[in-house]
Design a protein around this ligand. Structure first.
Ligand SMILES: Nc1ncnc2c1ncn2[C@@H]1O[C@H](COP(=O)(O)OP(=O)(O)OP(=O)(O)O)[C@@H](O)[C@H]1O
Length: 344
């Protein structure tokens, strides 16, 4: 039986520092330090220090990062919903960590392959192994983005070949589960077909160049693998979701007049939804046995993430840090968010 994440620990928190990019980064060598699972950040002579489930420096590769995600993926293969969330400022490595090796114009390769590619490998390996014991495993995928508080289906072919696509609505089922009405679910027959599908979907995602990242994601992307198992050891049947969320990055404040109007709007909407997420995590971290009000309804993003945050899923939060000297403020805010998530 697969080793799954401890159910007593609803959110595991892993910190990852992006490696420096030669010639681009003005490095922060003084304020950020990782010792074991503890991260220390010094700002204005005050020290923030916190321990997490794991803390990975810039030397850690995609394979070692995935070793911390594997238990969540195994939980999904045991029929339990699981979610991985990447959070951090623009350019801190969220998209690389989740979608590495699948990005437009990016070469595939073991080294670059991120969580999505590695999870697919694990899911199809499990399917092949389960088949030998008479269990039929069916895998499908959905992928959407939350752009300016609007939900867009990334697997739906656009009408005119452009990026425009109809907005989807969030609904609540009779059992009070939130779902996206009309979201496309594509059956996946093997990992190669799945990779091609995700690559196509990522081309549809809203991106733009920012100060810190030439290909900055301007939307939150949510990729879900839906795994159904019947027969053999799955007896009465299992159905679960493995959900990967690449949040859009918060951006440093910049003179508004230097940004185009639609860029200003995106930045404002990203900050609003990330603030709503931070409020929910804060409320959850101080609530005892779900007694207090959690403001999930404040944004589309938090409504969508409600199951992942409120204990109905094994959740891993990846708190992404940037190694640059100008990232201290943002890194501190990411670490504070991560520290609260640990207390949920
Ligand atoms: N672990 C890593 N190894 C090598 N390169 C990395 C790593 N993490 C990030 N990068 C590179 O750093 C750059 C920024 O990373 P990425 O686009 O993933 O950041 P992001 O946090 O998703 O940013 P945004 O929020 O703006 O979308 C990219 O060129 C990416 O390839």
């Amino acid at each position: 039986m697969a080793r799954t994440q401890n159910p007593e620990e609803p959110i595991r928190v892993i910190v990852r520092v992006r490696p420096p990019q030669s010639g681009r980064d003005d490095l922060d060598v003084d304020s950020l330090a990782i010792r074991g699972d503890t991260v220390q950040l010094i700002r204005k002579q005050r020290t923030f220090s916190a321990q997490f489930d794991a803390a990975l420096d810039g030397e850690a590769d995609q394979r070692s990062l995935f070793s911390h995600i594997r238990p969540a993926c195994e939980a999904a293969l045991d029929g339990i919903n699981a979610t991985v969330l990447a959070y951090g400022q623009t350019g801190s490595g969220k998209t690389h960590t989740i979608f590495g090796g699948l990005l437009p114009d990016e070469q595939e390769g073991e080294e670059r392959t991120g969580i999505a590619g590695r999870a697919l490998h694990q899911i199809f390996e499990h399917a092949a192994c389960a088949a030998t014991c008479g269990t039929r495993v069916m895998v499908s995928a959905s992928m959407l983005e939350v752009y300016n508080e609007t939900l867009r289906d990334l697997l739906l072919p656009s009408v005119d070949g452009g990026h425009e696509r109809p907005a989807l609505a969030l609904r609540e089922s009779e059992s009070r589960e939130t779902y996206v009405q009309g979201l496309t679910e594509v059956p996946l027959h093997d990992a190669a077909a799945a990779v091609a599908l995700i690559r196509r979907a990522l081309r549809m995602r809203a991106i733009r160049a920012t100060d810190a990242n030439a290909r900055s994601s301007r939307s939150h992307a949510v990729l879900q693998f839906i795994v159904e198992q019947r027969g053999g050891s799955a007896r009465g049947g299992l159905r679960s979701r493995f959900c990967l969320v690449d949040l859009a990055g918060s951006e440093r404040a910049m003179a508004a007049e230097l940004l185009a109007r639609d860029h200003q709007r995106e930045r404002c909407q990203i900050n609003t939804s990330l603030t709503a997420l931070a409020k929910c995590v804060h409320a959850l971290s101080v609530s005892t046995r779900g007694e207090s009000h959690i403001p999930f309804r404040d944004s589309v993003l938090t409504r969508l993430l409600q199951p992942a945050l409120s204990g109905n899923s094994r959740t891993v939060l990846l708190a992404m840090l940037s190694p640059t000297a100008d990232a201290v403020e943002n890194n501190l805010s990411t670490l504070r968010f991560a520290d609260r998530a640990k207390r949920v």
